[in-house]
Design a protein around this ligand. Structure first.
Ligand code: NAI
Ligand code: MG
Length: 359
């Protein structure tokens, strides 16, 4: 049965890195007989230029019809200062996330041994690091109502937001995390602030309830302040972390930086059926766009996650990840990960090298 994969190159370095991911996908498609049908659509600044909207109807329809989506990046100085927020590039991304209800955000932080020196932490603290943060992406305090700034007695202004999760929202992100833990090392740490916030008392209860469905997964709980500390003290104690939108935003950025290289980090955002949008963690890097300097590996690794989590093709995903490791072993580096004694390559040379390593 064929599977529909939609590519959204976007802006800046987006088209360059997605071109390389496409090469890799076409290669594994043929090699493993995956039956992938690849198509492309516009989103972000390129879509604004073409249609006046960051998320044209046609693109949204294609997103809904696709089995999985691979996005490059959106944004750039040409569009980012538009006073009308509705026609800024990131509206395109947020639109897809909310329209498709992509509530499950998976952000692995993997330190490739070949790049161990790139971390700001001591090598022994991070070497071999391979953790996964599962963040709830469409609820919590970022979306809770009421919200705003109001005036109270005496003309004093106060800002307020609402931190709310219902049990169904907690259960569905919990399942994503338990499933991910089951597919890895069967260790899940749920991060909350149950000593202070009622909403996370419920969070903890639901995670405990889910444990009955996943007796093979070891569940632990940690307060978010301690989790932040533990992530930089001894990150390898974790395997999978699950947490709400705001705590996940902060912890996943901190975890990403343990690996030291933004050009290497993939991500996934999933809906309740496991359909998802996959993208590198970095942005459109306008400073290096069009120069062949962009590192395509985060996007290529996002394509591997897409095969694993949305298309049930773990073998092809493993093959891509191994090919990436092999090109790093060969000493090939784009400028962002270059160090002494290594060979500098361009964006397309890196993509070609991954394809060659797949052979
Ligand atoms: P950025 O991630 O685009 O760039 C930060 C720095 O990292 C730059 O020096 C850039 O050259 C470098 N960099 C990023 N990706 C790289 C890669 N693959 N290879 C080599 N170097 C890389 O973040 P910045 O500069 O804050 O934002 C630039 C634009 O990207 C803005 O318009 C922003 O809104 C957008 N953005 C889009 C995101 C998305 O599409 N998901 C996420 C973050 C930012
Ligand atoms: Mg963030």
């Amino acid at each position: 049965m064929s599977k529909n994969v939609l590519l959204l190159p976007g802006d800046g370095i987006g088209p360059e890195i997605v071109t390389e991911a496409r090469k890799v996908l076409e290669n594994v498609n043929a090699k493993f007989g995956l039956g992938l049908e690849l198509s492309e659509a516009k989103v972000g600044g390129s879509a604004i230029d073409a249609t006046g909207k960051p998320l044209p109807e046609e693109t949204l329809t294609a997103c809904k019809a696709a089995d999985a989506i691979l996005l490059g990046a959106v944004g750039g100085p040409k569009w980012d200062t538009n006073p009308d927020f509705a026609i800024r590039p990131e509206k395109g991304l947020l639109g897809i996330r909310s329209e498709l209800e992509l509530f499950g955000n998976l952000r692995p932080a993997i330190l490739y041994p070949q790049l161990a020196h790139a971390s700001t932490l001591k090598e022994e603290v991070v070497s071999g690091l391979d953790i996964l943060i599962v963040r709830e992406l469409t609820g919590g305090i970022y979306f809770g109502k009421p919200r705003g700034v109001r005036e109270k007695e005496g003309g004093i202004r106060e800002g307020y937001n609402t931190y709310v999760y219902d049990e169904n929202e907690i259960r569905r992100i919990g399942r994503v995390a338990f499933e991910a833990a089951r597919a890895r090392n069967k260790k899940l740490c749920s991060v909350d602030k149950a000593n202070v916030l009622e909403v996370t008392v419920l969070w903890r209860e639901i995670m405990e309830e889910l444990k009955a469905e996943y007796p093979d997964v070891e569940l632990s709980h940690m307060y978010v302040d301690n989790a932040a500390m533990q992530l930089v003290r001894a990150p390898k104690q974790f395997d999978v972390i699950v947490t709400g939108n705001m705590f996940g935003d902060i912890l996943s950025d901190a975890a990403a930086m343990l690996t030291g290289s933004i050009g290497m980090l993939p991500s996934a955002s999933l809906d309740k059926n496991g359909k998802g949008m996959y993208e590198p963690c970095h942005g459109s890097a306008p400073d290096i766009a069009g120069q062949g300097k962009a590192n395509p590996l985060a996007t290529i690794l996002s394509a591997a996650m897409m095969l694993r989590y949305s298309l049930d093709q773990g073998e092809a995903a493993d093959a891509i990840e191994q090919a990436v490791s092999k090109v790093l072993d060969q000493g090939l580096r784009t400028p962002d990960i270059l160090s002494a004694g290594m060979r500098q390559v361009s964006t397309s040379e890196m993509g070609d090298a991954v394809v060659a390593a797949l052979a």
